[in-house]
Design a protein around this ligand. Structure first.
Ligand code: HMG
Ligand code: MG
Length: 299
């Protein structure tokens, strides 16, 4: 199959990238990160997470972030909202898009959002209803699509079931999370094939963490299947607080370099993006996990 001409990159660095950082990061740094990402040409930025500050302290300034960011024309700024309480707060802050997040693993669902998969889907129903009434689009995440830190193997059929439930509920797009980055290309292809029998391919996104160094290979594999939305995090920042040892998302710079090489448009300025990766890793005292970012900074 031919590759898509264009790919939408969803930058999750300000949320997924920072949520697991143990030391407080000041709101001003988060806001500068979001602004620099927009200036680099990213059109979709997941900026914050309206979750319990007891569960994820680093996201406690969600209100300040969402109300403090400078809206660039054409850029969507979204936030995670696990329940109605989170959604109401996000709406008060003017969020124009939100995301609910479920899992294809029962154990992960319990650890991450303190309820079963079935309970989570019930909880999301009123979130979707309320968001729709407010004209706010809802994205759906499914975690553990290529393996779970607690249950191990997860079948593609289970991923397809949960994805379909989110799509049928009204999520405009379902983002498939390899939360612990254990996937490999053939497994990723099989999973996408199973899910795309239930949901149109253009309503799916790949959200791959790079813990085992496979994320770019897995992305190439699912691009061949027809995926045209990719989640990534500048400098490969991140990790999930409820998936021990899981490292960051695939680095945005590496994704853009790959796509540039394939002649696929993203609208993103790689130099500016790499500069943002260098800046943010220095600002928060973290290593830059983008190979492209490190190589470009060394030139
Ligand atoms: P719970 O304890 O079952 O909730 O947590 P509850 O309804 O019983 O409420 C308990 C307390 O939390 C109450 O406060 C609520 O007000 C408060 P108290 O009366 O005890 O002072 N509360 C909230 N506060 C702020 N915002 C809210 C909210 N809701 C309740 N929205 C809950 C359930 C879902 C809230 C909790 O489990 C939680 O916050 N989990 C978030 C976990 C998380 O953020 N994980 C990381 C994001 S997911 C991810 O990274 C994966 C992804 O990247 C894809 C992938 O890679 O796979 C998306
Ligand atoms: Mg993630």
């Amino acid at each position: 199959m031919a590759f898509p001409k264009q790919i939408r990159v969803v930058e999750v660095g300000p949320r997924d990238g920072l949520q697991n950082e143990p030391e407080p990061i000041d709101t001003a740094t988060k806001l500068e990160l979001i602004d620099r990402l927009g200036a680099a040409g990213i059109r979709h930025i997941e900026a914050a997470s309206f979750v319990s500050p007891r569960w994820v302290p680093q996201m406690a300034d969600h209100r300040e972030v969402m109300t403090g960011l400078t809206h660039r024309p054409g850029v969507v700024y979204s936030a995670l909202t696990p329940n109605l309480k989170g959604l109401e707060a996000a709406l008060e802050c003017g969020a124009e898009e939100v995301a609910v997040f479920g899992a294809a693993s029962e154990a992960f669902s319990q650890k991450n959002i303190n309820c079963s998969i079935a309970e989570s889907l019930q909880r999301f129903e009123p979130v979707l209803k309320r968001a729709k009434a407010a004209n706010v689009r809802v994205r759906g995440y499914v975690s553990c699509v290529l393996g779970c830190p607690y249950e191990g193997e997860i079948t593609p059929a289970k991923v397809a079931d949960v994805s379909k439930a989110l799509y049928d509920m009204g999520c405009y797009e379902v983002s498939l999370g390899d939360t612990i980055g254990t996937g490999t290309p053939l497994k990723a292809k099989r999973m996408i094939e199973a899910v795309s029998r239930e949901i149109p391919m253009d309503k799916l996104a790949a959200h791959f963490h790079d813990t085992y160094g496979q994320a770019l290979a897995n992305l190439y594999a699912v691009l061949e299947e027809g995926i045209s939305v990719i989640d990534s995090s500048v400098a490969g920042l991140g990790g999930c607080p409820y998936a021990k040892g899981a490292s960051g998302n695939v680095a945005s710079e590496d994704v853009v370099y790959l796509l540039d090489g394939l002649g696929i448009e993203t609208g993103i300025d790689l130099n500016k993006l790499a500069g943002t990766g260098t800046w943010v890793t220095q600002a928060i005292g973290r290593p830059n996990r983008s190979k492209v970012g490190v190589a470009m900074a060394a030139k």
